[in-house]
Every structure is written in C-alpha cells, then in structure tokens.
Ligand binder design. Structure first.
Ligand code: PLP
Length: 256
C-alpha cells in the first residue's frame, strides 16, 4: 500500500518534471535567439546542444519530443546506455567529457561528435576505431584558455600542431574548437576567454585550416559566448535543472 502510494507520487513528480523540460527548452531557445540578436547575429548560427549527463533517458525523450535533436554526454558508460536506449529516435549524440584511451572504441562507434579531444593519441584511436560504415566522426579540439586552473584541454601554443595532425586523420572530420573556461560571474572575463578561442580559430584559418564550429557557452555564460561567436552552446542546467551530483566531467578523471 505504502509502496504503491510512494510510486504514484513518484510518477506524478516525474510527469511534472517532464513537462517542465519542454517549457524550459522553449525559454532557452528564446534566450539564445535574444543573445544572437543582441550580438547582431542570425539566431540560426547558434546550435543548441542539450547536455543530458546525469539525467535519465526519459528526460532526453521529453526534450526530444519537444523538438530538441542534439544531446551531449560526459561519461562513457552512462552516455552509451542512453544512446542505445533511444536508438530509434534519430538523435544526434555528442561526447563532451574527458576521454581515456581504454574508452575510445565505445565513443568512436556510439557518437556522431566528440568535443573533448586534447591529445593526438586519443584522436588516432578514435580514427582507427570508427566503423567504416559510419560517416566520419565530427570532432572539436578542447583548448585550455584559462591557463593552469584547468587540467583538460590542449595549451594554446600546442594547438596548431595538434589541429594539423587531427585534420589529417582519415576517419575524423575536424570541425572546430571547444573550451570550458573557469566559472566566473565576471562577464568581461567570460568574454575575454571566449574571444581567445575565436582568435585561435581565426589564426588556424589564416594558416589554411578553416573550422566552422566554436563549441562554447553553457547555462551561465552563453550570452558572452554568443557575443564572441559561439556556434554551439552546450546547455544542461537551464533545460534539465540542477544536477544532484557534481559534474565530474570538468574536474579530473571521470567515473566511467
Ligand atoms: C555539464 C557540462 C555542460 C553543461 O553545463 P550547464 O552549466 O549545466 O549548462 C556543458 N559542457 C560540458 C563540457 C559539461 O561538462
């Protein structure tokens, strides 16, 4: 008796949560369009990647039903389980978390994009392991624009060599750069970090390597990122709510 009452309450909470996703998604899309307008850019230049890490497949299903197509995951095991559970929905899956060599095969064959490449060895493995029947894996290089504070990402001065080497790998298609600057409420600093990433992209273009993607901006700093040229914002909290366990993906080795 008690058990079924608890279950009913749980189901009700789940239903409320799911309808909230659709509303928050619509608000977010309006927020992105507003930021693009303020920056004098067409709204369709900025794609939304919904970051579903820590949230169940049902939450992704609700966002998909509300029209969202691209989803980002940080942890290999958790991400692969959702990719498989929702395989029929035609979603586009992006891997955005830290990636260790022993997990590259799963990522190479379950995701359409990887944003978090910061060393050649990982890129080589992804290229070797990508199924020949799949289209090339779309990749971004993660750059450490904040200096020593952040452990992940290639150093800006090592970026050109890495970019040229990755661009030459047969089963990858190098699309752009990604950054996760240090969290700050200082909007001038946010903009400076995102501008750094844009300038690195422009410097590569001047060397003949033209990249169309700047993966930058999250729930708390997407306006600054869009003002500095972001073409893909990665947003979790503003769609799915506050995560109940911390984002392991941004601090050291991930759990899976
Ligand atoms: C968790 C995460 C996000 C989303 O962050 P929110 O603040 O929840 O919007 C974006 N990018 C990466 C790499 C993440 O790990």
């Amino acid at each position: 008796m008690l058990y079924s009452t608890a279950l009913t309450a749980q189901n009700q909470a789940l239903e409320e949560y799911k309808s909230g996703i659709s509303e928050r998604l619509q608000n977010l899309i309006a927020r992105i369009a507003g930021a693009a307008r303020s920056a004098g850019r067409p709204a369709d230049e900025v794609r939304l990647l919904a970051v579903s890490k820590t949230w169940p497949a049902e939450a992704v299903r609700s966002a998909a039903a509300a029209g969202q197509q691209a989803f980002g995951e940080n942890y290999v095991q958790e991400g692969v389980a959702k990719v498989e559970a929702l395989a029929g929905l035609g979603l586009e899956w992006h891997f955005i978390g830290p990636l260790q060599s022993n997990k590259t095969r799963l990522v190479a064959n379950h995701f359409a994009w990887v944003h978090s490449i910061d060393r050649l060895r990982i890129a080589q493995r992804l290229s070797e392991q990508r199924d020949v029947h799949l289209p090339p894996l779309q990749v971004c290089l993660q750059v450490n624009v904040s200096g020593e504070d952040s452990k992940s990402g290639v150093a800006p001065d090592e970026l050109p060599a890495l970019a040229l080497a990755v661009a030459a790998l047969p089963r990858l298609r190098l699309r752009g750069l990604m950054a996760i600057p240090e969290p700050t409420s200082d909007t001038a600093l946010q903009r400076r970090r995102f501008a750094q990433l844009r300038q690195l992209r422009d410097a590569l273009a001047a060397q003949g390597l033209v990249l169309d993607t700047l993966s930058m901006g999250m729930s708390d700093d997407l306006e600054a990122a869009i003002a500095e040229g972001s073409t893909m914002v990665r947003v979790g909290t503003a769609i799915f709510g506050a995560r109940t366990y911390p984002a392991q993906g941004t601090a050291g080795p991930a759990a899976s």
